[in-house]
Ligand binder design. Sequence first.
Ligand SMILES: C[S@@+](CC[C@H](N)C(=O)[O-])C[C@H]1O[C@@H](n2cnc3c(N)ncnc32)[C@H](O)[C@@H]1O
Length: 198
Amino acid sequence: MREDTFKRKLVDQAQIKPGDRVLDLGCGTATLTLLIKQRHPQTEVFGLDGDQHVLDLAWVKAAEHQLSITLDQGLASALPYPDDSFNLVLSSLLFHHLTRENKERALSEAFRVLRPGGELHIADWGKAHSGVMRMAFLLVQLLDGFETTTDNVNGLLPSLIKGGGFSQVRQTIHYSTVFGTLSLYKAQKATNGRLNML
Ligand SMILES: C[S@@+](CC[C@H](N)C(=O)[O-])C[C@H]1O[C@@H](n2cnc3c(N)ncnc32)[C@H](O)[C@@H]1O
């Protein structure tokens, strides 16, 4: 999976600064959330997930590492935070679990809770960059379902991110893994806060 490599790269590319408020969307057991807090102790880090059971495991991990993070239960499609709450939203391996409609809602919500000038950084399955990678991804599709994964492997995440209002959307790097192509994306909420519709 090269999980450690791509999560570290995601944190690197986010260029987190002291004082930033950072949200890890679909945090699971908080591997990325805790990595952010470990590497950037002067930040306020939130992890959100829909599943209370994984959040309970995340609490235990946070306590073991003696790291102070906030964990919230909620849906990416209806975030329990006010507008302009975060400098950065990061997300790892969430979007291939969401239907097209929920991907769109989650991206609109990420846009809403980001401050103007804030950035979105996503790591997830991306456009297969070879026939072998396309074949490898069939296993993920069989396990996680074709409905939620097809937009990923067809390379539609960047256009969906733009549709959520973001500008400067780009794929920064991709990795070959045993399960297919894993891509990192970066996007910004423009400082004037206007939707990127033009
Ligand atoms: C594959 S795990 C990734 C966990 C973590 N981000 C990581 O990279 O280790 C996907 C996570 O997304 C969560 N999830 C799925 N759909 C969600 C939704 N609509 N809102 C919030 N969390 C969701 C699941 O509960 C699960 O913990």
